[in-house]
Design a protein. Sequence first.
Length: 327
Amino acid sequence: MLQKLNYLTVDWPLKQERLFPSVAPLIVEIGFGNGDFLVHLAESNPDCNIIGLEISSGSMERAEAKIEKRGLSNARLIHARAETALSHLLEPETVRAFHINNPDPWFKKKHHRRRLIKPATVDLLTSRLAPSGQLRLATDIPEYAEMAHEVLSRTPGLSNRFETPWVKEIAGRIQTKYEIKGYREGRGAHFFCYERNSVSAQHPPVVKELDMPHLFLKSPLDAEEIVRRFEATRVHADGAHIAILNAYANPQRNTAVFEVVAEEPTIEQHVLLSLSPREEAGQYIVKLTGVGYARPTAGLHRAVAAVGEWVAGLDEGSRVLERKLRG
Ligand SMILES: C[S@@+](CC[C@H](N)C(=O)[O-])C[C@H]1O[C@@H](n2cnc3c(N)ncnc32)[C@H](O)[C@@H]1O
């Protein structure tokens, strides 16, 4: 059966015993594309557990079908940005090898912020590597290879396994779809292999969940009037960007829901928050709804605060009464 795992539905941090039949050394492929390399990793490392991380839903479905068809119990895919998985799912010093094949095909200046190979992400990758664990990278883009060489060779916790910055061939390696495309278009491949050395590195702990956030407020306005006055709002606080995009009222029940996107440095969540009446007349509670798999991060605490404060600012008689929020 297809697993359809994603970063919101799995344990933080991941528990191998809940994903695989047994605990084993972990290999992680980031951006597995059509999944052929990941299937090869799983088949050629039967004594290891393989986790694939991908942001493309199409790739997830296609690769998962291949894993299922071959009955590979040592491979699991998680729909997640690598940066989110590194911060929320993978514990320090637990990964035997990371494989990254042809990341970021759009290697343009304006995409620098979203680029996978950059010092902050390489530091996180390094911190997640077990002692002597390897970071293996392939790229068909010469400029990307130069840039990756700069970043990797300046990371104190990693040592180059090759005598040259990269090699052009690795015996026994299967070619990925983008590698084949690179050859066809006359670029060729650049392979890197760096190993975790004994230089101590920062080990940022896994970002954990907080308690469920909620906030009480009083307001003489009913939910329908609150929604009538709604205007899309953005708040930047504590490193999070909160966008309250839409509001919908249910006049019969005097409730409202707010559609919110919370962007934090390590995770993005698109959630619904509810405003519903309490037993005490004129009082409301703002909290997360059970829609989707919202995880109570600091950013979602900020989102509940943002909605509560916005409602409390609508009328002189409105104010926040109590916050069950972080900070
Ligand atoms: C150019 S394709 C390479 C696919 C495959 N590795 C290959 O060599 O044929 C890059 C892949 O990385 C995925 N990707 C890009 N950024 C990612 C990120 N931050 N986290 C996880 N996957 C990512 C994309 O969806 C895409 O499937």
